[in-house]
Design a protein. Structure first.
Ligand code: 5GP
Length: 181
């Protein structure tokens, strides 16, 4: 079986990480890509595990040297997927999961049309607002920026291969597993 590349997107606060954590329990061989970002680590985040935290200069260099499979600016910070890490896994038949925002997902579709694009929707807009405000990891300004991005992202859901509504994490994870199996 050819190794899969699945891209998971969805607005900030929709619970992508929880769905992924649950799904990975059933997918022991799937590798979750670790992105590079110019944003500061949040408390509890670990360099090399949650993200590779890099300077603006290093990020510029990675773009110039074509080291990124895709990258995007999101709410004032830049994020990208190291190309080699993904290529290496796929070459070894290891299924790969990317958790990235919508602009990046569209770039992956362009360069790797075999990728399966999955979008996670909140059950309602109010639910997303409540989750994003309630988690307390961002400033009010950041929450507003992320809600503005969410409006555009939800609009892009129609361009994805599959949409999962996250009103139940276990069910949403189950659906994600089916796209990676
Ligand atoms: P956060 O700052 O909340 O960790 O991430 C903000 C957004 O950036 C999320 O939607 C997340 O999926 C996205 N993101 C994380 N890594 C990447 C990446 O490598 N590329 C792109 N395009 N988006 C990413």
């Amino acid at each position: 079986m050819a190794a899969h590349l699945v891209v998971l997107s969805g607005p900030s606060g929709v619970g992508k990480s929880s769905v992924i954590a649950e799904a990975l329990k059933d997918l022991p061989t799937t590798w979750l890509s670790v992105s590079v970002t110019t944003r500061d680590p949040r408390p509890g985040e670990v360099d090399g595990q949650t993200y590779f935290y890099v300077t603006q200069e290093r990020f510029d260099q990675m773009i110039a040297q074509n080291e990124l499979l895709e990258w995007a600016e999101y709410a004032g910070n830049r994020y990208g997927t190291p190309r080699d890490h993904v290529a290496e896994r796929l070459a070894n038949n290891i299924p790969v999961l990317l958790e990235i925002e919508v602009q990046g997902a569209m770039q992956v579709r362009e360069s790797m049309p075999e990728a399966v694009l999955v979008f996670v929707q909140p059950p309602t807009w109010e639910d997303l607002e409540a989750r994003l405000t309630g988690r307390g990891t961002e400033s009010d300004e950041q929450v507003l920026a992320r809600l503005r991005m969410a409006l555009q992202e939800i609009e892009a859901a129609k361009d994805f291969d599959h949409v999962i509504v996250n009103d139940d994490v276990a069910q949403a994870a189950h659906e994600l597993v089916s796209y990676l199996s």
